[in-house]
Design a protein around this ligand. Sequence first.
Ligand code: GAR
Length: 212
Amino acid sequence: MNSLVILISGRGSNMEALLEAALPIENIIVISSNPNAGGLEIAKTRRIKTLIVDHRTYPDRASFDAALAERIDRYQPDLIALAGFMRVLSDSFVNRYQGRLMNIHPSLLPAFPGLNPHKSALQEGVRIHGCTVHFVTSQVDHGPIVIQAAVPVLPDDTEETLAARVLQQEHRIYPQAVRWFMEGRLKFSFNRVEVSKPTICKTILFSPGLQK
Ligand code: GAR
């Protein structure tokens, strides 16, 4: 029986994309580090079990991570998906779930890890931006990449318009990555991820486009 724990801290749109995707998963539990996370309501509406592990009630990272791990282990999940989970996790937490802890980040990693990736992308003047699903290592927003999607940065973009364009792609690639995992199609090879029989996209993306 496939089971998934989704960790959230806020809005929960990536969580919702996972819930909507009809993934081959029998048991889904949502855990929030924030009692006011909007995603909790979305999960409840969908009759998904929710738990809160409020990070503010723990004196330090180690005790929060231990409490979180204790809740997670009750469900013996195959995979733990960070979906807008805005806590830095300790090395011992990351090591405990090595190979079954995934994250989505709104940039083409390794570019722009951490906070405000859209602002950084605009400041740097990149022409192409995007999002990444990767396995988690102890380095924040870093680790073996499963799938990425790219979007153009348009001349009149603001952080908001760029974030919205990227978010649309996040909602496509995260369910895909979790589906591959649950179907047993992801394999580690020299710290890289191999996907068995993926659809290969051979299109080249230019931004701005080429002119004759
Ligand atoms: C998403 O854009 C996600 O990629 C990002 O937070 C947002 C959460 O939105 N995660 C990170 O920045 C992780 N470093 P959501 O709650 O609507 O999914």
